[in-house]
Design a protein around this ligand. Structure first.
Ligand code: AMP
Length: 379
């Protein structure tokens, strides 16, 4: 049997945002201690962790010192340099392993890996020069989406090309860096599967979640997407297959498109708990953060049963534009739960928190989530 990292041990997390914060809350509930490492201080994770280390991800001495004080390292932010996870791995287990990070943090490597293992994707071509972009546009056709290969999230680093003549401007807009051109998907809906995989290969998932975006940022997540059972099973099989192919220990989210003709296409992977799984914190027997703790500690995974219909609505910094939101008005509905991440500066587009609303069914929960969020602006 694999060695268990028992409660009382110290869990190290690279990154210090809200995902680390909720991971730390779940870990501390189970009696673990948590250290967080990032270049920032007074962070969402640092505010609830036992220790907050502030140092650059490139500072291998600081990383070595951090790793020596913890029993396992995981991450909540995948754009940590590969060298950082390699450095940590000299001292303690890193879960998921650094190779997973390495593949996922570059769209070209990620898509090449996904397609090489036979999973469905929109057509894509690597782009390393303007000439390659022109050839890719000719091969894929328009509309198409040009995405930088590295460090993109929430629609950052991408531009839609609607006519071949726009290729040059798009190439310049993204800064003439390595990129991927991808066919534009006329999707019916955007879906995600959040799943966990234990040290011994045990697998658990939260079904298929429907995601609605606004300005490329996740807006609402509605579990139990209304899709055919065949597609639901296929989506879960894709998540399981990818986790096995990558040998992930921890939590992984697969974001997918459902096309107008009912095909599932993988969009991207996140090797950690995901915004679309935040509702699990309130709504499921075992939430995605506790699963991450259990998986990286070599413990059995928990049951994922959802207690009641629930919907998650993100709270972005824009809600602060007219002053402090009206918390009491949002919480006037007793079926609503509030999560705030402890961020001091509410910039537009910045994820400051989320609401989870429960209801008698999906639609009731959705209405309550939207009404509670609208109530935040009541004066
Ligand atoms: P990403 O950062 O790749 O997850 O993209 C952010 C959002 O942009 C997605 O959630 C989609 O709404 C949209 N998007 C990305 N790629 C495509 C595509 N190939 N076709 C259509 N929409 C896309």
């Amino acid at each position: 049997m694999s060695k268990i990292i028992a409660p009382g041990a110290v869990l190290g997390i690279l990154g210090s945002g809200q995902l680390g914060r909720m991971f730390a809350l779940a870990a501390k509930r189970m009696g673990y201690r948590v250290h967080t490492y990032s270049p920032d201080r007074d962070t969402p994770t640092g505010q609830v962790a036992d220790k907050e280390v502030q140092a650059p991800y490139e500072d291998l001495d600081a990383l070595a010192a951090f790793s020596k004080e913890v029993d396992v390292v995981s991450f909540e932010f995948e754009n940590v340099p590969s060298l950082a996870s390699e450095c940590a791995a000299r001292y303690v287990p890193v879960r998921p392993r650094g190779e997973v990070l390495h593949i996922i943090q570059n769209r070209l490597r990620e898509k090449t890996f996904i397609s090489s293992r036979g999973f469905p994707l929109a057509p894509f071509h690597p782009v390393r020069s303007e000439a390659e972009l022109e050839a890719a546009v000719a091969a894929i056709g328009v509309p198409a989406v040009l995405k930088t290969a590295g460090f993109g999230y929430d629609g950052k680093g991408q531009v839609v090309i609607r006519r071949p003549q726009e290729a040059r401007a798009a190439w310049q807009q993204l800064g003439e860096v390595e990129a991927v051109l991808e066919g534009f998907v006329d999707f019916k809906s955007e879906l995600s599967v959040v799943a966990a995989r234990g040290l011994d290969g045990e697998f658990a998932h939260y079904g298929v979640i429907e995601n609605l975006h606004s300005n490329h940022i996740l807006d609402l997540s509605i579990p139990d997407a209304p899709i055919e059972p065949r597609l639901r099973q296929e989506a879960i099989d894709i998540a399981r297959g990818l986790m096995e192919a990558l040998d992930v220990v921890g939590v992984l989210c697969v974001e997918m498109f459902l096309t107008q003709d009912d095909r599932l296409l993988v969009n991207e992977l996140a090797p950690r708990p995901h915004n679309s799984g935040h509702y699990t914190f309130d709504a499921c027997l075992t939430d995605q953060f506790e699963q991450q703790v259990r998986a990286i500690c070599g413990l059995p995974l928990g049951a994922t049963d959802q207690q009641r219909p629930a919907v998650m609505a993100n709270l972005l910094g824009d809600l602060w534009e007219q002053g402090e939101p009206n918390w009491a008005a949002a919480l006037a509905d007793p079926q609503v739960k509030l999560h705030l991440y402890g961020k001091a500066e509410p910039r537009p587009g910045r994820k400051m928190g989320h609401l989870v609303a429960f209801g008698s069914d999906r639609e009731d929960a959705r209405q309550r989530a939207l009404a509670a969020r609208a109530a935040l602006l009541k004066r």
